[in-house]
Design a protein around this ligand. Structure first.
Ligand SMILES: *[C@@H]1O[C@H](CO)[C@@H](O)[C@H](O)[C@H]1NC(C)=O
Ligand SMILES: *[C@@H]1O[C@H](CO)[C@@H](O)[C@H](O)[C@H]1NC(C)=O
Ligand SMILES: *[C@@H]1O[C@H](CO)[C@@H](O)[C@H](O)[C@H]1NC(C)=O
Length: 314
């Protein structure tokens, strides 16, 4: 899993990598500067990190691929390719959610193209490559989700609570990303999610919910962290049938509790510290069971793996 938080005050490149599998949970932070972009701006490189894309303008995204190489880390070296199987989806105008609106698919409240957060998702890419942790090499072969996120706002002004889940089982993949806007913007629950099967997007919805049925106070961070969590997808398939899916679980394999301030360089830390007291990301990689129901078809029970995150930016 890869996630990146870009803070655009100075040109620094921050990337994190979490490897969870074969009994190993290993996390690595990558940072650099002096990024080189390809002419088409689709490939990027800096010391120790590179993303090379084969998306040619005009061609279908479904034929594209990304090759990621992370070589500048101490414990993790990774090299893998993301081969897209579908062109992905976006919800809302240009994939954007405008802060201040209550509708996830409407434009900005005052017509200005400002204060938005944009997400484009490409579910079910075919992933292959290798990860080496402290000299031991693991082969990667599986299914991946690509998310392109972009915003003209700082993450903590968009939401203090971010939740995310990505489930892969058999041929089916499900994901959702949720944030709750601050009071100033009306406490709107923004949730974007989809189901894919056999590499194709089957359903896209903004009606899903991640609900903390029970929480437990983490004495180290002071945050109330979900100890019984429900991921409920709800909506319609692309061909108009009612669709729902559900995963309820007790998070158990905490792969990483990331102290964001500890993971960023000094300069960024000083800036973030002034705005957020103690930002944390919890990352779990759990076994999970999903139930899926589409139209009149009988309910299916699918075993798989759920990668999920809870981010606190108070
Ligand atoms: C949401 O956006 C729509 C379309 O741009 C606009 O008509 C509506 O007034 C907005 N709603 C709010 C609560 O700002
Ligand atoms: C890798 O090495 C680091 C020390 O350099 C250690 O903290 C970590 O636990 C090791 N991880 C594994 C999976 O062996
Ligand atoms: C990367 O982070 C380390 C540790 O915070 C810091 O010493 C180093 O200067 C950073 N490198 C770049 C290129 O920002």
């Amino acid at each position: 899993m890869l996630s990146a938080v870009g803070l655009s005050l100075v040109t620094t490149v921050e990337s994190t990598c979490l490897f969870s599998g074969a009994g190993v949970n290993e996390f690595q932070n990558f940072n650099g500067s002096k990024i080189t972009l390809s002419k088409d701006h689709l490939s990027a490189e800096c010391k120790g990190m590179a993303i090379k894309t084969t998306l040619t303008p005009g061609s279908s995204a479904a034929q594209g691929s990304y090759t990621v190489s992370l070589t500048g880390g101490k414990n993790i070296h990774a090299e893998f390719t993301f081969q897209f199987n579908n062109a992905g989806y976006k919800l809302g105008p240009k994939g954007r959610f405008y802060m201040g609106n209550t509708s996830l698919t409407a434009g900005s409240p005052d017509g200005r193209e400002q204060n938005y957060i944009r997400h484009v998702f490409v579910p079910s890419a075919t992933v292959s490559g290798t990860v080496t942790v402290n000299g031991t090499q693991y082969n990667l072969a599986g299914t991946g989700l690509f998310i392109h996120a972009q915003s003209d706002m700082k993450p903590y002004t968009v939401s203090q609570k971010w939740n995310f889940g990505y489930f892969v089982g058999e041929d089916v993949a499900l994901h959702m990303l949720q944030l709750i806007t601050p009071e100033k913007y009306g406490n709107v629950w923004v949730n974007k999610g989809a189901m894919s099967e056999g590499g194709k997007v089957v359903a896209v919805t903004d009606q899903s919910r991640i609900t903390m049925l029970e929480t437990q106070r983490d004495s180290e961070t002071g945050y109330d962290v979900g100890s019984l969590v429900e991921f409920g997808w709800k909506g319609q398939t692309v061909d108009g049938k009612p669709f729902k899916a559900q995963i309820t679980l007790r998070p158990s394999n905490l792969a990483k509790k990331l102290d964001i301030l500890g993971a960023v360089p000094f300069f960024l830390r000083k800036i973030i510290q002034a705005l957020i007291t103690k930002p944390y990301i919890y990352e779990w990689a759990d076994q999970a069971v999903a139930t899926v129901q589409i139209g009149d078809e009988p309910e299916r029970t699918i075993e798989g793996k759920l990668y999920h995150e809870a981010t606190f930016l108070n």
